[in-house]
Design a protein around this ligand. Structure first.
Ligand SMILES: Nc1ncnc2c1ncn2[C@@H]1O[C@H](COP(=O)(O)OP(=O)(O)OP(=O)(O)O)[C@@H](O)[C@H]1O
Length: 243
């Protein structure tokens, strides 16, 4: 199976000299296309740094990142921004919707930024898929947290990105609402062939993924396929995550 994103000996060091922190240490991994990958590990293990480097939001200190064969290192900021707009979708813990815009305007914002026309049929399908077809003209304040996150997922999907990256996408949601959002992400993988990569602290959230990557101290120390929540929790305990 081909990889949507490849990391090759990626290191990321913050700061210089004696205060330098190695957040990633020569990480090499492929994130498979059309699959759901979760990234777990204790606090400070490098999960967000891995996500940011893989998504072109941060630059590795050393090593290479390739998105669908495109080499990201060495790209200027303008090209990197363009690449993120065209080829990557993001879902964050804080939904990051624009309060003054309607649901539909929020969802189509990435298209406007990329100066692309909205494909009305696809926009309609995306809004239906996230269960917000009837709320296209609502504003974020009129929606629940779960609905707002579903708007953010629709916004991530609307450009048909090669990868959707989620940084704790269920971190701000209650248990039931979190499950709905996870089911939705799972469906985008199973039904649309979307590639999803998600950082999470929650073993139940990770159990929706096909594969879990475990980070510890800036390195990938384990990989688990078809994870159960129990197996993930047990692995995290052994990594000292809950000590
Ligand atoms: N901008 C920064 N400047 C300096 N150090 C940083 C910066 N960002 C992260 N770090 C350090 O790099 C290491 C990895 O951080 P990172 O945020 O990637 O971990 P994480 O696994 O996502 O943590 P958490 O689960 O707590 O969000 C930590 O030691 C952190 O303190």
């Amino acid at each position: 199976m081909s990889d949507a994103v490849e990391l090759d000996a990626v290191s990321r060091v913050y700061g210089k000299g004696r205060g330098a922190v190695a957040a990633l240490r020569e990480v090499s991994v492929g994130l498979p296309r059309g699959r759901f990958t979760a990234v777990m590990g204790p606090s400070g293990s490098g999960k967000s740094t891995l996500l940011h480097c893989a998504a072109g939001l941060d630059r590795p200190t050393a090593g290479q990142v390739r998105l669908g064969g495109t080499e990201l290192s060495g790209m200027g900021e303008a090209r990197l921004t363009e690449l993120r707009r065209q080829r990557i979708g993001f879902v964050f813990q804080a939904f990051n919707l624009v309060p003054s815009l309607t649901v539909e305007q929020n969802v189509t914002l990435p298209l406007r930024l990329a100066r692309r026309r909205a494909d009305r049929a696809w926009l309609g399908e995306v809004l239906e898929r996230v269960g917000l077809g009837a709320r296209a003209s609502h504003r974020p304040a009129q929606l629940s947290g779960g609905q707002q996150q579903r708007v953010a997922i629709a916004r991530a999907l609307v450009t048909r990105p090669e990868v959707v990256f989620g940084d704790e996408p269920t971190g701000a949601l209650d248990t039931m609402t979190a499950r709905e959002v996870l089911r939705l992400l799972r469906e985008t993988v199973d039904q649309l062939g979307q590639t999803v990569v998600m950082v999470t602290h929650d073993p139940v959230a990770a159990s929706y993924a096909d594969t879990v990557l475990y980070l510890a101290d800036g390195r990938i120390v384990d990989t688990m396929h078809t994870p159960s929540a129990e197996a993930v929790a047990e692995r995290m305990t052994r990594l000292g995550a809950y000590a």
